[in-house]
Design a protein around this ligand. Structure first.
Ligand code: PGA
Length: 251
């Protein structure tokens, strides 16, 4: 069976609750191919309103982050228990903005990954190299390290609930997309790494999304690559028409 395409909108720190409701309604009504799944990740405060809109729909509701522990004295953090009660079923972890702006390292991200999986949430684990690392020829090694670090202690069975998002840091929000060929090279290498860490069958079934300036104009070309199984979309997911044409890339 071929892997499904996962088209996810990471709204980041955009949209107020009322604006998020409007966008969520639009995503709910977006046409998609039979083998495509839709996901949105609103900010925490928009989640209750968006959950109401998406209830019973075919759109997966994700959070953009969560705390590494269930509860306690962690001012400003959000717990997996709170997210689950609101109907969240997935969480993006290790996004490059969390890694590079907020200093999250592989150890912390791994704690979050394990906690989310133990609660039955689907995890979208983001990985990706900086421009400096790419220019030093380290793109694959950086991604391998983030896979190994982020997935430490995650079982083969739990991998059914893990999606990998390859997002080269230099392509996020910059308008610079990796060429489909460059992205495919890293995706293929990461799938190989997952085969090494787990098995060929886990590697064959894991969904690996590409992220970094995905737009209506480049989505189809990226999705045509054999190891690219979807997109994690930032800027272009904030506009309903743009996201609709990315979701329906194969139309
Ligand atoms: P972008 O963001 O599509 O705006 O480049 C992607 C992401 O950070 O997930």
């Amino acid at each position: 069976m071929s892997r499904p395409y996962l088209m996810a909108g990471n709204w980041k720190m955009n949209k107020t609750p009322s604006e998020a409701v409007v966008l969520a309604e639009a995503v709910k009504n977006m046409k998609k191919g039979a083998n495509t799944r839709k996901m949105v990740a609103p900010s925490f405060v928009c989640i209750p309103a968006v959950a109401d809109v998406l209830k019973g729909s075919d759109v997966t509701l994700a959070a953009q982050n969560m705390a590494s522990v269930e509860s306690g004295a962690h001012t400003g953090e959000t717990s997996v228990l709170m997210l689950k009660e609101l109907g969240v079923t997935a969480v993006i972890l290790g996004h490059s903005e969390r890694r590079h702006v907020y200093g999250e390292n592989d150890g912390l991200i791994n704690e979050k990954v394990k906690l989310a999986l133990s609660h039955g949430l689907e995890v979208v684990l983001c990985i990706g190299e900086t421009l400096e690392e790419r220019e030093a020829g380290q793109a694959n090694d950086v991604c391998f390290g983030q896979l190994e670090g982020g997935l430490a202690g995650v079982s083969a069975a739990q991998m059914q609930n893990v999606v990998i998002a390859y997002e080269p840091v230099w392509a996020i929000g910059t308008g610079k997309t990796a060429t489909p060929g460059d992205a495919q090279t890293v995706h293929e290498a990461c799938r190989g790494k997952i085969a090494e860490l787990y098995s060929a069958s886990v590697a064959e079934s894991v969904v690996i999304q590409y992220g970094g300036s995905v737009k209506p104009g480049n989505a189809a070309e990226l999705m045509a690559q054999s190891d690219i199984d979807g997109a994690l979309v930032g800027g272009a997911s904030l506009d309903a028409d743009s996201f609709a044409s990315i979701v329906a890339f194969d139309d």
